[in-house]
Design a protein around this ligand. Sequence first.
Ligand code: DQA
Length: 147
Amino acid sequence: MSRLVYVLNGPNLNLLGKRQPHIYGHTTLADVEAECRALAGELKLELRFHQSNREYEIIDWVHEARETAGGIVINPAAFTHTSVAVLDALNAFDGPVFEVHISNVHKREAFRHHSYVSLRADGVIAGFGTQGYALALRRLATLIDEK
Ligand code: DQA
């Protein structure tokens, strides 16, 4: 199994650390990327880390991952609750997929309780802050090591 993993981030996560810090904390996406890169080094994973506010870019990265990657960690942000297209793209990917939410979406508005992506995800982490990314990467490494 390929040791290349994609960490994908959906809309508004470029503002992480600045927007609604009472919900999402003060850590920036650059901090999250740095933490993921350090951990990936430790776990001997190769990392592609991306963020976009455009649905098609997320879909294109999933398609790219299809050809090359051993797994995907995705925080689809608001696309979680709206995007059949992101779900369809993930359904075309064969490896493990982990869905991460910084906040506990189940404790929030009712529209955040439904996730299209969860219909595909092999695991979901919500409410662990930005630490959720590291937890998902560790699980992915375990699965890749077991193969
Ligand atoms: C989020 C939760 C989503 O409901 C929201 O739209 C986001 C971020 C999270 O990480 O907690 O943008 O995915």
